[in-house]
Design a protein around this ligand. Structure first.
Ligand SMILES: [Zn+2]
Ligand SMILES: [Zn+2]
Length: 368
């Protein structure tokens, strides 16, 4: 089977034949129908996201269960599943606390890009490969932990479900779970890429009165309007903080979301939040960069600055909730999927993402 492998930072991804082991205990073999193309994969390529190489890229997607390993209870062969890039173990401190997205086992898998036992299921010419987030979803088949597979209804559209696995879960989850946006609120969203667009549509579903999109790319700002932004600020033309204050009676927004992961835009999002408001940082930036905040104003302004990992989601609960919002015509997934590619064109898909050409691109596998 074929997979997209990153061998060297800042070099093109290579699509090559690899071998995959049969599923082990509590694992399943999934035949992928659709695999997402996400900024986090690009961050592995650029080296911002630390990962041992060579690594099969891809951490979002959907497909059909082909084969079960021992001990798998909640799935059957033929089931449609969505892959979660956090594997919740169900029994660790955080899973018991009700925060399965912070699962300790899932975090270990995400730091090693191998199954929790430290082995690997993917190889090329006898050498071990890593699989991004323990999945390596940019391939024709994936051996995934059973707990990372969300069972979908039999009629679920797998291409749309693949989108839910990362960008939609993260963006809409940041609104519903992390910020808990109240109806009538004023919201600003920094970054109108795959995640930011989903923050925008989440805020629209939550009943925000004003949704201000901030970006430096005209095309992305146009996408933002079609996903529910009520106004846009081109940060290459005007100071976004001054522009936000001007539009909010000088106060700032109730909720600001940063979906880029840059020092400057995190500081701008915080500055554009009103007193007592909430600033949510979703974008994943460099470990070497730090933000600067006034020590005096932290207590005086009483703002909440919170991080958001995977939309604060319980993926097994929230994926089905999002799918039903799509079914009800409230969540825009058809509009999000602006282009599909075969696996062999994965480098083009990354290039188009960098150029901001797509709301979201997707790899479709012909066998599906
Ligand atoms: Zn992603
Ligand atoms: Zn856990």
């Amino acid at each position: 089977m074929k997979a997209a492998i990153c061998y060297q930072n800042n070099e093109p991804v290579r699509v090559e034949e690899i071998t995959i082991d049969p599923p082990g205990r509590n694992e399943v073999l999934v035949r992928m129908a659709a695999s997402g193309v996400c900024h986090s994969d690009l961050s592995v390529i650029t080296g911002i996201m630390p990962a041992k190489l060579p690594c099969v890229l891809g951490h979002e997607g959907a497909g059909t269960v082909e084969r079960l390993g021992d001990g798998v209870e909640h799935l059957r062969a033929g089931d449609r599943v969505l892959l979660s890039w956090v594997t919740p173990c169900g029994v660790c401190y955080y899973c018991r606390l009700g925060d399965p997205h912070l699962c300790e086992v899932g975090a270990k898998i995400n730091s090693t890009h191998r199954p929790a036992d430290g082995t690997t299921r993917v190889h090329r010419n006898g050498a071990d490969l890593q699989a991004f987030c323990g999945l390596g979803a940019l391939s024709e088949m994936v051996v995934a932990p059973a707990n990372a597979c969300v069972k979908l209804p039999d009629d679920a559209p797998l291409d749309k479900a693949a989108l839910i696995g990362c960008a939609v879960m993260t963006g809409v989850g940041a609104v519903f779970n992390t910020a808990k946006v109240r109806p009538g609120s004023r919201v600003a969203v920094f970054g109108a890429g795959g995640v930011g667009l989903n923050v925008i549509q989440g805020a629209a579903i939550a009943g925000a009165e004003r949704i201000i999109a901030v970006d430096v790319t005209r095309r992305k700002l146009d996408f933002a309007v079609s996903f529910g932004a009520t106004e846009v600020i081109d940060a290459s033309e005007e100071d976004p903080v001054a522009a936000i204050r001007e539009r909010t009676d000088g106060r700032g927004v109730d909720y600001a979301f940063e979906a880029i992961g840059r020092k400057e835009s995190i500081e701008q999002a915080y500055a554009g939040t009103r007193k007592g408001g909430t600033c949510v940082v979703i974008g994943i930036g460099s470990r070497k960069e730090s933000v600067s905040l006034s020590v005096f104003f932290i207590p005086v302004m009483e703002k909440r600055l919170v991080g958001c990992w995977y939309g604060g989601a319980d993926v097994h609960r929230d994926a089905l909730l999002l799918l039903s919002l799509y079914g009800a015509g409230k969540l825009k997934l058809d509009e999000l999927l602006t282009r599909t590619y075969p696996l062999g064109e994965v480098n083009q898909a990354f290039a188009d993402m960098t150029a901001g050409l797509n709301a979201r691109g997707l790899i479709l596998h012909p066998s599906s």
